[in-house]
Write a protein that binds this ligand. Structure first.
Ligand code: PHE
Length: 470
């Protein structure tokens, strides 16, 4: 048995703390804000099916791989990959997985924080009773007033970044473990309440049908890529967030079991959110494909009409902010850990440094909802014709960078790392479970990512075969 490394950043207090932190990272705006609107834009059922298949066959195995690499390397993803490559006698270039992850985390957080700022703003709107008795037009105008005003967006974005950097600067154990302990249960309770409202709305069946009846003629090749990209995004995979959390994981925790628990909770939250939102969409004659404003234009209607709605509304947006917060921390942790390891910075200094850089880049997203709302930088590329700067950032990170990161993590874990090392680190024996994991990571993930990429670029064309839309 090789000598075990230890992390200079400390470790989780135990298995539960890791599950909570990783669930906190996974459950975020991706589940409640993003999943419903991209499902709505990409035709519903078929999209949801592709997403679920990707979670099971790519997401869970890659999550296991990331935790395994992190726990073995015990450093920031960049140094973990360097160390493990050395251990396997492979090229130093593998550390670029870590660098690409740091870049992806930085880009994602820059817009994630702006959207989390919307949620912050809505906490106060809900508490002030602005939604009571609201109509679809009323809530739409509240939303447009907010997103149309760059200064207000900037103020909320700034506040959210400050909150994030405070927790990051205190280190992983500080506030994070505690926050997640009530966050996830609280989120469940409120989502179930909203599902109750949706159930009584009269359009629950229509919502279910939209989400769960796959019709492949409604999804395009690009929609399939978006579904796969979302599986990575929602589980925080492909950029080192789960890897760095794994590096703080104590020995003797079942990586397989915890990964399955985390992925299941994450999926449940997304489905509960979808089931709450679509009935409200249909009853109010709204457009399922209305984009990033979807939940901000639907849920307030529900809060505006249920008894005690201002209270539930406030609580809901508070929880959404917390969900975003615990994800945001993990987006920047790989960069902060690296600054501490390689630049000798204190955690506080590293957090401020990374925070200011991310905050500045967030200005691009803010502008793309108002001043640059009509700016379509890549309008000459057919699939990007209607994409704003924000849409492009989101697309590049979630659908290209994360799947590519995941692909290389997969390749490293089963083609470069010694088999005996992964058997030892996953600690599940060498039986059927291990063999299945190895098969999925060795063949299924790389092939799936490749095929979906090639299909979107039109280099190969499987769309006809599957009956996908043009
Ligand atoms: N998983 C988070 C969400 O669904 C987003 C995220 C992506 C967090 C990548 C960390 C890394 O909101």
């Amino acid at each position: 048995m090789t000598q075990r490394r230890t992390s200079i950043h400390g470790s989780w207090s135990g298995r539960l703390a890791f599950v909570l932190a990783a669930t906190g990272s996974a459950v975020g705006l991706g589940n409640i804000w993003k999943f419903p609107y991209i499902a709505g834009e990409n035709g519903g059922g078929a999209f949801v099916l592709v997403y679920l298949v990707c979670i099971a066959t790519i997401g869970i195995p890659i999550m296991m791989a990331e935790v395994m690499l992190g726990r073995r390397g015990r450093q920031s993803p960049i140094n973990t990959m360097r160390t493990l490559a050395e251990e396997a006698g492979a090229s130093h270039l593998w550390r670029w997985i870590g660098w690409a992850g740091v870049l992806a985390g930085f880009l994602i957080l820059s817009y994630y924080s702006v959207i989390a700022g919307w949620a912050l703003a809505y906490v106060f709107r809900a508490a002030a009773g602005s939604f009571s008795g609201a109509t679809a037009e009323g809530v739409a105008s509240i939303f447009e007033q907010l997103t149309g005003d760059p200064e207000r967006l900037l103020a909320w974005h700034t506040l959210f970044m400050v909150l994030t950097m405070i927790v990051v600067s205190r280190g992983v154990r500080g506030g994070l473990e505690k926050a997640v302990r009530f966050l996830v249960p609280g989120l469940f309770v409120l989502l179930i309440l909203l599902d109750g409202y949706a159930l009584a709305s009269g359009a629950f069946d229509q919502g279910l049908e939209f989400l769960f009846t796959p019709d492949f003629s409604k999804i395009t090749a690009n929609g399939v890529l978006i579904a796969m990209g979302h599986a990575f995004f929602t589980l925080s995979l492909g950029m080192g967030a789960i890897m760095v959390y794994g590096s703080y994981l104590p020995e003797r925790t079942s990586i397989a079991r915890t990964s399955i628990i985390i992925a299941s909770l994450d999926t449940l939250v997304a489905l509960l959110a979808g089931m709450a939102i679509f009935p409200i969409v249909f009853v109010n004659g709204l457009e399922p494909g209305s984009g990033p404003g979807l939940i901000f234009q639907t849920l307030p209607i529900a809060f505006g009409h249920m008894p005690g709605g201002w209270l539930f509304g406030t609580l809901f947006f508070v929880l959404l902010v917390f969900a975003a917060w615990t994800s945001a921390i993990s987006l920047i942790e790989p960069a902060v850990a690296w600054l501490v390891e390689n630049k000798g910075m204190t955690r506080i200094y590293a957090s401020v440094y990374a925070g200011i850089a991310t905050w500045s880049f967030g200005l691009l997203t803010i502008m793309s909802f108002n001043r640059w709302a009509e700016f379509r930088p890549l309008s000459f590329v057919p699939i990007f014709k209607t994409y704003t700067v924000f849409d492009l950032l989101d697309y590049l990170t979630a659908n290209i960078m994360l799947p590519l990161g995941g692909l290389f993590i997969a390749l490293f874990s089963v083609w470069v790392m010694k088999r005996s090392d992964s058997v030892q680190e996953l600690d599940m024996g060498d039986g059927a479970g291990y063999v299945l994991w190895r098969f999925l990571v060795r063949y299924v993930t790389p092939l799936a990512v490749l095929v979906v990429f090639l299909n979107v670029t039109g280099i190969v064309d499987f769309s006809g075969l599957l009956g996908l839309a043009e």
